[in-house]
Design a protein. Structure first.
Lengths: 114, 115
C-alpha cells in the first residue's frame, strides 16, 4: 500500500534559520509529489509539486524541494525562514495515472520564533 | 473567484445523532474530493466525484457514511449514526479536470466532534 512518512512532528526554529523537512514515500510505481501548507486559520494550499523533469522544484515563498528517486524522498527546504512561515506542512503523493486522490503524510508543524 | 467553501465550520453532536456536511466546489470544477483527518493522523482520502458520479469511494470507512452530489454541483457527506471515532476534520477539495496532474483546491474543513 502507498504511504508517506514525514519524519518530524514539530520543528521549532528561530527566524533566519535554514529549514529542511523530510518526506519519504512508499510506492512501487511512478508518483507525483506535492507539498501543501496550512497557515493558521487558513485553507490547505499548494506550495509546490513535482511531476517530472528537473528534480529540484521551486515553489512559492522561497521554498524548494528535491526529488531523490533512489531514496524515495522529497524533502522541503528553505534557506532562511520567517515568522510568517509558521504553519503545518504536508507532503503528499498520487500515483501516475490515478484519478488524483492524494495520499498525505501526518504533517509537520513548524513554529518560527521571531 | 470564490474558493471551495464548506459548511458548517464546526459541528458538535452526540453519539448516535446524524450530521450532514456540505461542500461547494469552485464553479466549473467537475472533480470533487472528500478527505478526513482524525486527530494526530494523516489526512485520508474518502471519495471522489466526477460531476454527480462517484468515481472512487474506496476510502469511505463504512456504510454509516453517505456522500451525494446531486446535479454535479455541491456535495453533502452524511454520517448516520455518528460514532466517537468519526471525530475529526473533514476536508473537501475540487479540481477542474480529473487525473493525477490537476491541482486540488481545498476548503477550510469542517471540524466534527462526536461526544
Amino acid at each position: 500500500a502507498q504511504s508517506v512518512s514525514q519524519h518530524n512532528h514539530h520543528v521549532i526554529l528561530s527566524e533566519a534559520a535554514s529549514l529542511e523537512l523530510g518526506c519519504n514515500y512508499s510506492y512501487g510505481g511512478t508518483v507525483n509529489l506535492f507539498w501543501y501548507v496550512q497557515y493558521p486559520g487558513q485553507h490547505l494550499q499548494l506550495l509546490l509539486k513535482y511531476f517530472s523533469g528537473d528534480p529540484l522544484v521551486k515553489g512559492i515563498k522561497g521554498f524548494e524541494a528535491e526529488f531523490i528517486k533512489s531514496k524515495f524522498s522529497f524533502n522541503l527546504r528553505k534557506p532562511s525562514v520567517q515568522w510568517s512561515d509558521t504553519a503545518e506542512y504536508f507532503c503528499a503523493v498520487n500515483a501516475m495515472g490515478s484519478q488524483g486522490n492524494l495520499i498525505f503524510g501526518k504533517g509537520t508543524k513548524l513554529s518560527v520564533k521571531p | 473567484e470564490a474558493g471551495v467553501t464548506q459548511f458548517p465550520s464546526h459541528s458538535v453532536i452526540e453519539k448516535g445523532q446524524t450530521v450532514t456536511l456540505r461542500c461547494d466546489p469552485i464553479s466549473g470544477h467537475d472533480n470533487l474530493y472528500w478527505y478526513r483527518r482524525v486527530m494526530g493522523k494523516e489526512i485520508k482520502f474518502l471519495l471522489h466525484f466526477v460531476k454527480e458520479s462517484k468515481q472512487d469511494e474506496s476510502g469511505m470507512p463504512n456504510n454509516r457514511f453517505l456522500a451525494e452530489r446531486t446535479g454535479g454541483t455541491y456535495s453533502t457527506l452524511k454520517v448516520q449514526p455518528a460514532e466517537l471515532e468519526d471525530s475529526g476534520v473533514y476536508f473537501c477539495a475540487s479540481s477542474q479536470d480529473r487525473g493525477a496532474y490537476n491541482e486540488q483546491f481545498f476548503g477550510p474543513g469542517t471540524r466534527l466532534t462526536v461526544l
